[in-house]
Ligand binder design. Sequence first.
Ligand SMILES: *Cc1c(COP(=O)(O)O)cnc(C)c1O
Length: 421
Amino acid sequence: MDHFIYKDGSLFAEDVPVAEIAAQVGTPFYLYSTATLVRHFRLFDEALSWGPHLVCYAMKAASNQAILRTLAQEGAGMDVVSGGEYARAIAAGVPGERIVFSGVGKTHEEIKAALTGGIRQFNVESEPEMRVISEVATSLGVVAPITVRVNPDVDAKTHAKIATGKSENKFGIPIARAREVYAEAAALPGLKVVGIDVHIGSQLTQLEPFQQAYQKVADLTEALRADGHEITRLDLGGGLGIPYARSNEAPPLPTDYGAMVKDTLGHLGCEIEIEPGRLIAGNSGIMVSKVIYVKNGEGRDFLILDGAMNDLIRPAMYEAHHEIIPVQEAEPGVELTPYDIVGPVCETGDTFAKGRLMPPLAAGDLVAFRSAGAYGAVMASEYNTRPLIPEVLVKDDQFSVIRPRPTFDEMINRDNVPEWL
Ligand SMILES: *Cc1c(COP(=O)(O)O)cnc(C)c1O
């Protein structure tokens, strides 16, 4: 459920007409709903309320300071995967003890920054990384709390580019070698083992792969405890999917997920951490774009939008489907026609949808891409020297530009021309 709905034939974000924001901000832009963000966070929080837990929002999905602050005020922790994201979490007022640091290639500098600023735990992805964390912690005279990310070798049944839990993926250490790696962790100075971490992929639409992975984590918890390790936290990663196409079978709800976690891991008495990104931000955001031209091609009609693949890359990168709806609702019973919906970028890959059935649209009409809140703005680029599009946040009847569109001069002036030119 989200808060982008038609009222009297016009699309609203909470209590604000989307067309009114478009008139003030210009198109294209991203638009987020506070109520939806908060609702999704609370769903997870409640789903795990049977025991001690922390929902760490995976901010790589959408990392604007206003979004982070909204969630931080709800009590969210953060999952960060770079020094930049760590700095963003701190800047948004998230205390270090609520930040977990994931990612396969944490550098010496990133580890140092996190240990200095405060960190809940590092999710260690390899033995060389574990040794570097030990060295940095020892040199700073502090102890680094760690979990080891295990790769459970399960098939997440999702798009290959976002599956992370098979043995051929670059993530984590093979679960079969976990006991050996934990033994080394216990022997290294400056480290404190606090738990186990797993994250098997993104946009999962079934509970079974999670359950398979978590069952392996349950078994490993017992084995590691028998080896003398104190396992008090289980970080279960993110990955729960969202319905991108309305017709699709609905992915499991956070409540079902929480109940499955309780069944599989509840008896171990551990604090549960989860790292949802997409399910919190995805349906909390839309991308609003304007039709520039309707072009009648041979056997197909093109809707050419002012938004493009550089603004929303998911269709080009993952063959992702986004619902695209007119901001002015179609009259009931109007005949739908198939359009190829494209952006102006000079690549054939700049195609959002082919043969998509839409009500008749004309130049100047606004459309909204639903479910664009996660992996939308954060993956945007300035390809074709198209400015990064603005981000806008709505709360009830108010809205605010939370990242302005840069001017061409601002973009150009980031370049330096050497003095010899
Ligand atoms: C990307 C990622 C997440 C979030 O995944 P979603 O599918 O957005 O929930 C969580 N944890 C880690 C380690 C990740 O890399």
